[in-house]
Design a binder for this molecule. Structure first.
Ligand SMILES: [Ca+2]
Ligand SMILES: [Ca+2]
Length: 288
């Protein structure tokens, strides 16, 4: 059952006995006293609001005492029966989506192809099943001063994956940035919604810097997230909240003499975005 109003009947216990009065009681399993049992009718009802997230199932032990009505009008317990009552609580969609961050910062290279993945958005909530199954959409305000009819949204999002991709090209747009919103709606788009912000900064080669790693590119690729967080922590010491983006990972290029690829080391092309300006951090600043 769902989060029904307090007092909602959930079932009735019946015990049969001839010429006897039966008195019902819950003797075990009523955690938090969430259920009440009418001792004469055997009706079990809710005494408190139920929360699936706190408890999804209850097993009540119910006792039926039959009292023989004796001539003196005194009731004498004559027989006791116990029964197990299982009450499964059905989940209710009572938690809105919560984003992993309130602001997502990403970058895109001027020459990035259409449908290049920029970042992945994620929202979750405490409900189960569809009630925490998200559908994402973007809210992108049309650029001002432009023919809004012909302008196309610059970005798209995978409705279930949350992956934000480019939908246009950003030639000659270095140092501009896009700010828009993402909405997550649970129950596959039918339930509760929450919003977060996305900033995508346009960069080019001038914003990038090579970081040499002493391990092969395949190893770097495998441990990209870990490496990225180390790099990010390092950059954030200079620029708080900076977002580091790895543009490419490849073999190390040795330039002394003739150019050669050294596959025992890696070159990472990286850039960082300053959350204060929404623009790439200059190379000089990154070098510090
Ligand atoms: Ca719930
Ligand atoms: Ca939910």
């Amino acid at each position: 059952m769902r989060q029904a109003a307090v007092g909602t009947p959930v079932g009735t216990i019946t015990a049969a006995a001839v010429n006897q009065t039966i008195v019902y009681s819950i003797i075990d399993g009523n955690r938090g006293d969430v259920f009440a049992l009418n001792e004469t009718t055997g009706v079990i009802s809710t005494a408190k609001a139920l929360d699936y997230e706190a408890n999804s199932s209850y097993v009540l032990k119910v006792e039926a005492d039959s009292m023989e009505v004796v001539s003196t009008n005194r009731r004498v317990p004559s027989k006791t029966n116990t029964a197990k009552v299982v009450i499964d609580i059905r989940d209710e969609n009572d938690h809105p989506p919560v984003f992993s961050r309130s602001l997502y910062i990403g970058g895109v290279a001027e020459d990035a192809k259409t449908f290049t993945s920029i970042l992945q958005i994620q929202a979750q909530d405490k409900d189960t099943g569809n009630y925490s199954a998200m559908m994402y959409r973007l809210i992108i305000a049309p650029p001002t001063g432009k023919d809004t009819k012909s302008s196309k949204d610059g970005f798209i999002i995978g409705p279930y994956s949350g992956v934000v991709k480019t939908a246009i090209m950003y030639r000659n747009m270095r140092r501009s940035y896009f700010k828009f919103e993402v909405v997550a709606t649970d129950d596959y788009g039918q339930g509760h919604s929450s919003k977060a912000e996305i900033v995508v900064s346009v960069v080019n080669q001038l914003d990038m810097q090579v970081v040499v790693s002493n391990v092969p590119p395949t190893y770097v690729e495998k441990n990209k997230d870990k490496l990225l967080s180390i790099l990010e922590r390092y950059v954030q010491e200079q620029i708080p909240g900076a977002k580091v983006v790895v543009e490419t990972i490849g073999p190390h290029r040795t330039v002394d003499g003739k150019e050669q690829d050294d596959y025992t080391k890696s070159d990472l092309m990286i850039y960082a975005i300053d959350p204060l300006t929404n623009r790439a951090v200059s190379r000089q600043e990154l070098h510090k």
